[in-house]
Write a protein that binds this ligand. Sequence first.
Ligand SMILES: [Zn+2]
Length: 92
Amino acid sequence: MRKTNGIELHSFYCMNCGNKAYDLARPISHRYSKHHRKRLYCPWCKMTVNCIECRNDAEVYEFKEAFSEGAYKEELQECLDYINNSMELIKG
Ligand SMILES: [Zn+2]
C-alpha cells in the first residue's frame, strides 16, 4: 500500500461480490483490528453492503480466500436482512 504523510490507503472489499468497492485514505495512527467492517455503497452491486477493510496485500489475499470459501455468507445475509428491514420501515 502507498504511504504518504501519515496517510495509508486502505481498500474496502464488498462481502457480496468480492470486488473492491472503495479505496479510503486513513491516518496511520487510526488503528482498527484486522478486517474491520464498514457499511459502504458497492458500485458493482449497486447497493449498500458490509465491506471489509484490507490494509495491505496480505489482508486482501486473506479476504479473497475467505470469500471464495463462503466465509461471509451468513454475515452478509444478516446485513441484507437488516437493510431490507430498514427499507420497509422507510416505506412504512
Ligand atoms: Zn459488491
